[in-house]
Design a protein. Sequence first.
Length: 175
Amino acid sequence: MGLVACGSSSTPTATTAAASTTTAAATTTAAAGEGTTAAAAEGGDASSETGADTQAIMDRGVLRVGVKDAVQGFGYKDPLTGEYSGMEISLAQDIAKDLGVDVEFTTVTAATRTELLDSGDIDCVLATFTITDERKKSWDFTTPYYTDHVGVLVEKSSGITDLTGLKDKVVGVSS
């Protein structure tokens, strides 16, 4: 188990027919540990089940956090100073302070964050990690700390009013 185990999920939302923008909510949370606890799956508090991991972090004196290093405003590592900054960095620092330990950052990518978490190289991930039903089978999630809406823009005259209207269409993507 990991540091936190309170779950919440986000499912893509339906679009409004009148709008020329189709949106889906993406929820970002902290993720930790291996396996979903029964309490977390039911939306309950699994703090008693994560107490041993929290104690191990406190005994070690360091919270090891996986963060992004190229997402300004969330997790960014200054190439000149090597210092991390952003909302997720501040959140990790606050968690470590509450535990009375230091914080150690490890840069993760979307491809590496879960394997580093599973291997125990990091204690938790604060790296734009969206909750999905599939991910909830393997990791515990906190209550979301950020919700982002993704939009699809189409011409009003296109007749596209929801995601199904994009079937067999060419879609350009920007990130």
